[in-house]
Design a protein around this ligand. Structure first.
Ligand code: C2O
Ligand code: CU
Length: 466
């Protein structure tokens, strides 16, 4: 009773503008300072790399926040340019979504911004700059956001595996030329150096026989990565933060498109001293990504084998109502070797060459390049929306919806059932993927390709929920 009363009261306080002003003096739960920093991305015996960072490290500090309770994170901008923070995958209040120039003004150098929000769903999320993200994320402005389950999940180790794809020069510094239009018309800024947790081939030390929850996050600008775990049998227990009702083995490799997450459950062998490599296998020869080092004494003689199913999130209560749904099409066009001849940009038609050379845009949705002034669709709150994404380009796109999770319900016109909830879906060249979601979160929400150069060069639209 008391507890409920207290929660009710704090909810009421948060809604009162007067009292909210008064509580601004209160300490933030977390402070993220964005500033230039150095990081030993290439390992301890190589030169440190100049990066931009939250909290002085790469990745930025892992924020652990409770589910369903208000948190206050203050951003202090000590960069020489504006920035903002987007809480990727959180069904957040619109004003806190962190999209500079859209849901908030860019946070100028020397200024601060108070992010106050409640994360309704437990799981693995991330935060990143949403201001010139193709450069700011590439320079390192991101970190992991963990929304904790109400009761701790029964694992022995809770580890993160944050994969980034950097482009380094010969001196171990970030290569310049961010946001090149030529690259944006292809696969985006692909790197030449892989880090995991801001390190090169880190050793992840775990007890032999332990049960590990590995929170995998791709923070790459553009590369679709794939990880194999020879000698281990990882099982996916959550995707994009949301628990799977039926955990699934990864198969030959875990594919992670930019911004996607997967929580893996890995039961380690019981022999201490073993070292097990994780490989990145998306291109040709496998690359060593990280290694698990098993130390003794073993926690168990025999690894656990029973499945682990994470507690359901409030999200799982939403069932898209397809019979009454609103349907829209999203024709994805443009890029190199594509068929797009011309597109509308800021109300005028341009041929593709002029669009690329003068406007820096090479991609279009439904014939419009860049973020349109009108939304793709306006939805009444609570109604179901389906979007049929038709990839008429020669490139893959990692489509991300802000403020909502969705389910794939059709692939190439064939129904799909029981698909996981996601916030980012990889759409392959030539594919048609229809997603469905319940638009229960009022506000204006970006829907864009998370290959950040693609977004920069035109692959972004938005929906409005009234
Ligand atoms: Cu992870 Cu619009 O972003
Ligand atoms: Cu794309």
């Amino acid at each position: 009773m008391l507890r409920r009363h207290f929660l009710g009261l704090s909810g009421a306080l948060a809604l009162s503008p007067l009292l909210a002003g008064a509580s601004r003096a209160a300490e933030a739960d977390h402070v993220l300072k964005a500033a230039p920093a150095t990081a030993r991305l290439m390992g301890p015996d190589k030169p440190a790399t100049a990066v931009w960072a939250f909290g002085g490290s790469n990745p930025g500090p892992t924020l652990r926040i409770p589910k369903g309770k208000p948190v206050y994170v203050r951003l202090d901008n000590a960069l020489a340019e504006p920035t903002s923070v987007h809480w990727h995958g959180i069904r957040i209040a619109n004003a806190m979504d962190g999209v500079s120039g859209f849901t908030q003004a860019p946070v100028k150098p020397g200024e601060s911004f108070d992010y106050r929000f409640t994360a309704p769903d437990a799981g693995t999320y991330w935060y990143h700059s949403h201001h010139r993200s193709w450069e700011q994320v590439a320079r390192g402005l991101y970190g992991v956001l963990i929304v904790e389950e109400d009761t701790p999940v029964a694992v022995d180790h809770d580890l993160q595996f944050v994969a980034d794809d950097w482009r380094m020069d010969d001196n171990g510094q970030l290569a310049g030329n961010f946001g090149m239009i030529g690259e944006a018309a292809h696969g985006g800024r692909l790197g030449n150096w892989l880090t995991v947790n801001g390190d090169t081939k880190p050793k992840l030390t775990v007890r032999a026989g332990s049960r590990v929850r590995l929170r995998c996050v791709s923070v790459a600008n553009a590369r679709v990565m794939a990880f194999s775990f020879p000698g281990l049998n990882p099982v996916i227990i959550a995707l994009d933060g949301q628990p799977l009702t039926t955990p699934e083995p990864i198969g030959t490799a875990l594919v992670l498109a930019p911004a996607q997450r997967a929580d893996l459950l890995i039961d380690m062998p019981s022999t201490p001293g073993t070292e097990l490599m994780v490989h990145e296998v998306s291109v040709g020869e496998p690359i060593d990504a990280a290694a698990f080092t098993l130390i003794g004494p073993a926690l168990r003689d025999k690894p656990l084998s029973e499945p682990l199913i994470l507690p359901a999130n409030p999200l799982s209560a939403f069932a898209p109502e397809l019979a009454q749904a609103e349907h829209v099409e999203l024709l994805m066009q443009g890029g190199a070797m594509g068929s797009l001849a011309e597109a509308r940009f800021e109300g005028k038609m341009f041929d593709l060459r002029t669009l690329a050379m003068e406007k820096g845009r090479v991609w279009a949705f439904n014939g419009v390049a860049g973020q349109p002034s009108d939304p793709l669709v306006t939805m009444q709150r609570g109604r179901t929306l389906t979007i049929n994404m038709i990839n008429d380009t020669r490139w893959s796109h990692a489509m991300h919806m802000h403020g909502h999770h969705f389910q794939v319900i059709e692939r190439n016109d064939k129904p799909v059932s029981g698909a996981p909830w996601r916030d980012t879906e990889l759409v392959e060249p030539g594919d048609k993927v229809r997603i469905a979601m319940v638009c229960d979160n009022p506000g204006k929400w970006l829907f864009h390709c998370h290959m950040l150069e693609h977004h920069m060069a035109g692959m972004g639209t938005w929906i409005s929920v009234a």
